[in-house]
Design a protein around this ligand. Structure first.
Ligand SMILES: [Ca+2]
Ligand SMILES: [Ca+2]
Length: 153
């Protein structure tokens, strides 16, 4: 009986003295593109967002200007940093990666990409998006993080 009480007390102590868990937060995303048979012109602006949907306030943002992505080569990694609020790891499935191009005149870009997201607890999410394309008519692609592969440290 004494032993049980001591055990109960030590458990109570452990619980009460455990530090409050800080929820894991997004720290950065690195995106590497593989260009197929049609390049991205150097003067086609590339913007990368993480947001709930296209048009929603971005929780991460990156702006790439003056850099081309030549045919049959990789370009990047481009680092995308959190904006003011960022987001929590537990909420990642609701978030989307949004790739937006702003061509000067015409440009078609055929590409695939791999996005690697980092979190404060060491968790890494990786999303691989197969071949797709954007052009002056379709400037925005939206890719859900729900299918990302999670690696926990
Ligand atoms: Ca092109
Ligand atoms: Ca052009």
């Amino acid at each position: 009986m004494l032993k049980l009480t001591a055990l109960a007390l030590s458990i109570a102590f452990l619980v009460s003295s455990a530090p409050a868990q800080t929820p894991a937060k997004f720290t950065k995303m690195d995106v590497t593109f593989s260009t197929g048979g049609d390049d991205k012109d150097p003067d086609t602006r590339l913007e990368l967002f993480i947001a709930d949907h296209d048009g929603a306030p971005a929780v991460a943002y990156g702006d790439v200007r003056g850099q081309g992505c030549p045919e049959n080569h990789t370009c990047g990694p481009f680092t995308v940093n959190p904006t003011a609020g960022g987001f929590l790891l537990k909420d990642y499935k609701a978030e989307k990666i949004i790739v937006k191009i702003t061509p000067n005149g015409n440009d078609t870009w055929r590409f695939s990409f791999v996005a690697v997201l980092h979190f404060t607890d060491g968790t890494i999410l990786q999303l691989a998006v197969p071949a797709t394309s954007l052009d002056q008519g379709t400037r925005t692609g939206v890719y859900s993080l729900a299918g990302a592969v999670k690696q926990t440290k």
